[in-house]
Design a protein around this ligand. Structure first.
Ligand SMILES: [Zn+2]
Length: 389
């Protein structure tokens, strides 16, 4: 059994208000009696449960959710790792617009609702592993809801469920949110009329790209269909969850990067090892663009990355919240992968990528071991050296 959230949430976008009741069946991530959860700092929270002794709030935010506060829960007695603890969270609040320090992705406004872990709207801890959920969403009748998992309209609410374990609960909603394109398991939604032609273009790109990656890399790791939501906002960028992508604007490269995460996912996202997700997705995206836009465009993308990553710190051990993390883990990483492709040749390089995916290699040490296996110890040492420089 996985940790499970059973949530009822009332959203009032006009007033920026949220009220939720959460029944959390938490599979204890460790033995002991101390637990920690992040929630948006403007929520008034009450925590209850058979085993709850007390709870208190710390203003310390979680580094990847700058608008969060930390809630510490103390249980009445020690609980063994893996045992299930039931906790109830009851909270309400008016969320500021925009979130003061946030990454501008999460918001609760009349025009656009987008809630997830960045300004956490549900009690969350990135260390507690994947979970399943059922969320009942009550919102003004005119709104359409699309989220991570399966979304269904019920008589007076929406039901968002994920029976597959995931690590975020993302829900988006808007009055004009409609499906603009999609077939064969790929659905593209947009909230603005002026985005609908672009959304259809993305659906076409998606079909081509998924086919290209399948031929090149083999079966993708995330098997579900794909829902893409074009967020009507100008800041914050996009992100991908298993089978669910939020896009900001029509940037084709970013879109293909997000699609590549259906293959490149699984490495730790809060350490430098995230380069295994990000650089591989980025390099795969640039390779797809080579097919779509030609070799010259491909070289331009690479030159651009080289120019912007000169003199930056090494990938290995770079703190994930380092100011240059994006340039180093995404772009410098992609340049290094291209160097590896040049050193190994296309056939061996493709063989390496396919084995990484098949064997679910989620650590850099695992990758280096594979390189050693395919191309010898000398090549593996040289590659390790690139990560250290
Ligand atoms: Zn990415």
């Amino acid at each position: 059994m996985f940790t499970n959230y059973n949530i009822t949430v009332h959203l009032d976008p006009g007033r920026h208000q949220l009220a939720a009741q959460v029944e959390l069946k938490l599979k204890m991530p460790h033995a002991g009696r101390e637990l920690e959860f992040y929630l948006h700092r403007d929520l008034h929270v009450v925590i209850d449960g058979d085993k709850v002794e007390k709870f208190r709030r710390h203003d310390q935010p979680f580094v990847f959710a700058p608008d969060s506060a930390t809630w510490q829960v103390e249980l009445a007695q020690d609980v063994a790792a893996g045992e299930v603890v039931e906790l109830c969270f009851d909270y309400t609040g008016t969320l500021p617009q925009p979130f003061p320090q946030g990454w501008e992705t999460n918001r609760l406004t009349p025009q656009w609702v987008e809630l997830g872990m960045y300004g956490p709207w549900f009690p969350w801890n990135n260390q507690y592993g994947a979970f399943t959920y059922q969320v009942k969403i009550y919102i003004d009748e005119g709104y359409t809801v699309v989220g991570l998992g399966s979304t269904q309209r019920q008589t007076d609410h929406w039901l968002l469920t994920s029976s597959r374990p995931v690590e975020d609960i993302v829900l988006t909603a808007a009055e004009g949110l409609t499906q603009a394109g999609g077939e064969a398991g790929i659905y593209v939604f947009c909230a603005r009329q002026e985005d609908s032609q672009g959304a259809r273009q993305l659906a076409d790109d998606a079909r081509w790209t998924l086919d290209y990656f399948s031929r090149w890399l083999g079966r993708r790791r995330v098997r579900a269909g794909l829902t893409v939501v074009m967020a009507p906002r100008d800041k914050g960028g996009g992100y991908a969850r298993p089978g669910f992508v939020v896009m900001q604007g029509l940037d084709r490269k970013n879109f293909i990067h997000e699609l590549a995460h259906l293959w490149w996912t699984g490495a730790s996202v809060d350490s430098w090892e995230d380069w295994l997700n990000e650089a591989f997705a980025e390099y795969s995206a640039v390779r797809a663009l080579k097919e779509l836009e030609g070799r010259e465009a491909f070289e331009r993308y690479l030159d651009n990355k080289r120019a912007h990553t000169q003199g930056l710190p090494p990938i290995r051990n770079l703190p994930r919240d380092h100011k240059d993390a994006w340039l180093v883990l995404y772009h410098k990483g992609a340049v290094i992968l291209h160097q590896l492709q040049q050193a190994l040749g296309e056939e061996a390089f493709t063989g390496l990528l396919r084995r990484c995916l098949r064997e679910e290699v989620d650590t850099t040490d695992g990758l280096i071991a594979l390189i050693s296996d395919i191309a010898g110890e000398g090549q593996a040492r040289e590659f390790a050296n690139w990560l250290d420089n």
